[in-house]
Design a protein around this ligand. Structure first.
Ligand code: ADP
Length: 373
């Protein structure tokens, strides 16, 4: 604001400053002893130092002190000693130089501050531009994600219909002609039936995955205990069959989509049963409140997972073990991940081959509103 950028204006002000030094000197000489001009010599020095630079200010100080001293002597002022005017000029020069140095330091500091403010404004502007771009991209991503989900959901839905028809007909064909068909043909029909069932399973998985957002319910306060009970009840048959022992810690009330969270527990406990070793599975479900989030852990005594597959298993249709050994289509953990992320949490695993596994997931801990009577 106080810095003049136009070279023309600066040249005019500097020239005017030097001319006014001579004009003040002439007025000082003309009025002799009667009027004091000391302060007037100061103005051009200040203007020149501020507009030009320190060395031009030093030159202006020298000229001012010289002219003031000369006007003093030529004006015929009386001094008790002859050297007093020279001494006075020297004191004035010292004073001007101090002012010049201080002013130029002040100006440097001021210019630095202006530059800093300008840099800050530029950075702020760039940040705003990047933020707007990011917001635009995020909106675009949400839109294209929703579109993709809709597409996957529609495609899976439409693919399921003809597949159900094919499956039904193949099964009927097998039933009707099983006595007529030879062993090779029977095996062929079995392979087709298997393929169709597997494809049905994949398409159903894809449909569930694509519908997590669109068919998900709003978050409400639900009993964590009830959610876990529901998951364990749904697994009743395999728990009984595998003689699984499930231990659990109490779970507090949670602000979640009840059905989806129950599905997470069901998938994790179901996997703990499915990927068991030779002994009946021992499964423990725990919950810990830490840094404003609930950390749930489902640990098992099963076959474990090699650390190199930790990332992979959460991908859609990604499996580590063969489908003949352990049935499945690789959608369970991908579903868990998507559900947990929909709730604002994370999911990960700690394990090693033959060491059992611990699947962790977090859910943000929301403060429960107090019920007033
Ligand atoms: P699926 O169970 O249908 O194979 P998931 O997505 O649930 O699909 O699991 C992906 C893979 O992660 C599984 O194929 C298996 O290799 C591995 N896995 C998951 N849970 C466990 C577990 N508790 N113990 C060992 N391996 C597991």
């Amino acid at each position: 604001m106080y810095i003049i950028h136009s070279n023309k204006i600066r040249a005019v002000l500097i020239t005017a400053g030097f001319i006014s030094i001579f004009a003040i000197g002439w007025a000082d000489y003309e009025t002799g002893l009667e009027m004091s001009f000391s302060i007037f010599y100061m103005f051009p020095v200040i203007i020149i130092t501020w507009v030009a630079n320190m060395w031009t200010g030093v030159l202006a100080s020298l000229i001012s002190a010289f002219i003031w001293g000369t006007a003093d002597r030529l004006g015929g002022h009386y001094h008790s000693y002859e050297w007093i005017p020279y001494w006075n000029s020297l004191v004035r020069l010292g004073f001007y130089l101090i002012v010049t140095f201080m002013l130029s330091r002040l100006k440097t500091g001021y210019e630095d501050r202006i530059r800093l403010i300008k840099d800050l404004e530029d950075t702020l502007h760039k940040l705003n531009v990047s933020r707007n771009e990011l917001e635009g991209k995020a909106k675009e991503l949400v839109r294209s994600n929703a579109e993709l989900e809709l597409f996957a959901s529609a495609a899976a839905h439409d693919l399921r219909e003809p597949l159900i028809v094919i499956g039904g007909y193949v099964r009927r064909l097998h039933k009707k002609y099983k006595d007529v068909l030879d062993a090779d043909a029977g095996q062929l029909v079995d392979t087709i039936t298997d393929g169709v069932s597997r494809m049905e399973m994949l398409i159903n998985g894809l449909l569930s995955y694509a519908r997590i957002e669109s068919k998900g319910k709003g978050f409400v306060w639900v009993s964590g205990e009830k959610i876990l009970d529901c998951a364990i009840n749904n697994l009743g048959h395999s728990i009984e069959e595998s003689k699984a022992v499930i231990t659990r810690q109490p779970i507090a009330d949670l602000m979640v989509d009840e059905v989806q969270l129950s599905q997470v527990f069901q998938n994790l406990i179901g996997n703990a049963i499915k990927f068991r070793g030779d002994k009946p599975p021992e499964i423990h479900v725990s919950a810990e409140l830490k840094n404003d989030e609930w950390i749930f852990a489902v640990s098992d005594s099963g076959i474990g997972i090699s650390p190199k597959n930790f990332e992979k298993i959460f991908g859609i249709f990604k499996r580590v073990h063969s489908k003949t050994e352990y049935p499945g289509c690789g959608i369970g953990l991908a579903l868990c991940k998507k559900i947990v992320e929909r709730h604002g949490g994370r999911i990960w695993v700690e394990s090693d081959t033959g060491e059992g596994s611990v699947f962790y997931f977090t859910i943000p801990a929301v403060k429960q509103p107090e019920v007033t009577a």
